[in-house]
Ligand binder design. Structure first.
Ligand code: ATP
Length: 221
């Protein structure tokens, strides 16, 4: 069983190739990272998974219980945290879905529930974005740039929550992340995307000591 299966995915924009024959698999209950520099094609892959760009060739199969934590978080700033969370359930047609279970899962959100999302810090908003995605009761979470613009301390907290959701509850995760160290720490398996191609993939522990990864993505030493 797979949560996501991408084979031979090629995407072009006006003739420029953004993804070139990408193969990527996220098995059920697996946490997989996709790392790569700016412009490598990560956002294009996310868009292809959600059907926002049409592949030139290749196939994409996704579990229908896939939820996304979008890059930039996309809160409704004038709505409360509670209302932002409820919006995550709407997509599954559960308008009145109770947020109680979610607050048990992410208790850090409890004291924020009546605050307007726009008044929260970036890290708090990211927590709400994760919570909103979980409201759809997904089997796989696609997290686009968990750490972007956030302080290391809050990134650590968010990563710990995601790890717990994966290890304790079997949630599959596809983490698209510029911070390679975070991605390799969090995920069991990783893919490295360069100029639209997967140049390396394997268990995170192996990639973390591969000189091609340490030199280009993890800094010296
Ligand atoms: P970033 O981290 O900066 O978002 P990325 O890895 O997500 O980078 P993409 O945004 O997927 O990379 O871009 C891959 C390539 O496709 C880049 O060369 C980019 O310039 C190009 N590209 C992306 N979107 C478009 C578009 N709408 N039209 C033309 N070219 C595009």
């Amino acid at each position: 069983m797979t949560a996501v299966e991408v084979t031979g995915l090629t995407v072009r924009y006006d003739g420029a190739t953004a993804l070139d024959g990408v193969d990527l698999t996220v098995a059920d209950h697996q946490a997989v990272a996709l790392i790569g520099a700016n412009g490598a094609g990560k956002s294009t892959l996310v868009k292809a998974l959600s059907g926002l760009v049409r592949p030139a060739s290749g196939t994409i199969t996704v579990n229908d219980r896939l939820a996304q934590v979008p890059e930039g978080r996309e809160m409704f700033p004038d709505l409360t945290v509670d209302d932002n969370l409820r919006l995550g359930a709407w997509r599954r047609g559960r308008r009145n879905r109770d947020t109680q279970r979610l607050y048990e899962l992410l208790p850090d959100l409890v004291p924020l529930r009546n605050r307007k999302a726009g008044a929260l810090s970036g890290g708090q908003q990211q927590m709400v974005a994760i919570g909103r995605a979980l409201m759809a009761d997904p089997e796989i979470l696609v997290v686009d740039e968990l750490s972007l613009g956030l302080a290391p301390l809050i990134v650590g907290t968010l990563a710990a929550h995601l790890r717990a959701l994966h290890t304790d509850r079997g949630l599959a995760v596809l983490l698209i992340e510029q911070n390679a160290r975070l991605a390799l720490d969090l995920c069991d398996h990783a893919y490295v995307l360069e100029a639209g191609r997967i140049v390396l993939h394997g268990p995170s522990a192996e990639l973390a000591r591969d000189p091609r990864v340490t030199d280009a993505y993890l800094g010296a030493g």
